[in-house]
Design a protein around this ligand. Structure first.
Ligand code: ADP
Ligand code: MG
Length: 371
């Protein structure tokens, strides 16, 4: 049976990108679209599903505009994915390869903990997706149920300090949900442009939830932007301890999943795969909440962070406001370096930001570092 895609020519179906600038708009030519528009991945994902975020207005700045509907999207639609990945990751050509995973916390270079006069808390998270199931933009209800079952089975079998419990979002009262969010444990409300415009938030809140150990220092989010986000966090400046727990928990979860015949989506060239191309490679965002009373007010604070390849977010996460001059500072990149190198990058960067804050406090000047 002819579908409404089959009946029309690619030119007739080419999106109008005039309202929103995106990497898709930059790289998707009419010819490329013509070549891709009737292709489907083995799980039935089309290029139109992957570029939908680029077809909606979000804001007056360039977005990526591309999501993967499944692990095959990166290969089947590589004519578009490759140049977008190259742009997003500041140069990652088709012959480049992401390095092997390195979760060795002992190799981190740090004396003690980060200065707790400034650093309030540390967190390390990554994204992991179940091999064989579509990613959230294209996932079916049955796959979502499977994802929840597979990840929670593995998580529920952890023991010792990692022993914990799963809390489906639907089992929480509004107050409990709000409290978890305010305490920085739970994902944000599903209103970000990526979740909405990629349609990853269909059927919300069904089969979404949070798993955490008793101390809430090792946590997992189920069926948000990826199948699973796994993280370790705690108050204070012990980033090495947080990375060590993160690494231990992550390895345990992978082992349990493997024992049950499951694996993570991964590619030899791109590393771990994720719904958003910005997260491929390590999927790792190591962050601190750091109070910078002086540097935070500096007109060039954002430029300074960008030049140091650090990402600056508000206290409540992406696109949130800052409270009390406290910022969420993290490694901006996810690809081309190992997990350990990204955490090291954050450690070194945060130390420099704290030094700059001290310089400003004493009346000195700070410059935007040369990138
Ligand atoms: P991501 O999607 O990378 O996990 P978000 O920006 O969506 O991160 O933030 C998710 C939640 O994690 C937010 O509540 C945010 O405040 C919290 N968070 C991030 N980093 C830290 C940190 N170092 N300490 C405490 N909470 C954090
Ligand atoms: Mg997020």
């Amino acid at each position: 049976m002819a579908t409404n895609t089959d009946k029309y020519e690619a030119e007739e179906n080419f999106p109008d990108f005039s309202r929103q600038d995106s990497m898709v708009r930059t790289h998707l030519t009419q010819d490329m679209y013509k070549n891709l528009f009737k292709k489907l991945t083995p799980l039935g994902v089309s290029i139109d599903k992957c570029i939908q975020p680029a077809c909606e207005y979000v804001r007056d700045e360039k977005i990526i505009g591309l999501v993967a509907g499944d692990e095959h999207s990166f290969e089947v639609f590589k004519d578009l994915f490759d140049p977008v990945i190259n742009e997003q990751h500041s140069g990652f050509g088709p012959s480049e390869k992401h390095p092997k995973c390195d979760l060795d916390a002992d190799k981190l270079q740090i004396d003690g903990v980060l200065d707790e006069n400034y650093v309030r808390s540390c967190r390390v998270r990554t994204a992991r997706n179940l091999k064989g199931a579509c990613l959230p933009p294209c996932i079916s209800r049955a796959e979502r149920r499977l994802v929840e079952k597979v990840f929670t089975e593995a998580l529920n079998s952890l023991d010792g300090d990692l022993k914990g419990q799963y809390y489906p979002l639907q089992s929480l009262t509004k107050e409990q949900e709000q409290r978890l969010r305010e305490d920085h444990f739970l994902f944000q409300k599903p209103d970000s442009h990526i979740l909405v415009n990629s349609t990853a938030c269909r059927d919300w809140p069904t089969n979404r939830g949070i798993w955490h150990n008793d101390q809430k220092t090792f946590l997992a989010w189920i069926n948000e932007e990826d199948h699973c986000r796994i993280m370790a966090m705690q108050k204070g400046g012990d980033i090495k301890g947080v990375f060590a727990r993160f690494a231990r928990g992550l390895k345990e979860v992978e082992k349990k999943m493997q024992a049950n015949g499951h694996g993570f989506q991964w590619s030899e060239r791109l590393g771990y795969l994720s719904a958003c191309p910005s997260n491929i490679g390590t999927g790792l965002r190591s962050s601190v909440h750091v109070q910078l009373k002086h540097l935070g007010k500096h007109p060039k604070f954002k430029e300074i962070c960008t030049a140091m390849q650090l990402d600056k977010r508000g206290t409540g996460g992406e696109n949130s406001a800052t409270v009390d001059d406290t910022y969420d500072i993290s490694n901006a990149a996810r690809l081309r370096k190992t997990e350990r190198e990204f955490v090291q990058h954050l450690i070194d960067g945060v130390k420099k930001l704290i030094e700059m804050d001290k310089t400003l406090e004493k009346g000195g000047k700070v410059e935007v570092p040369k990138a």
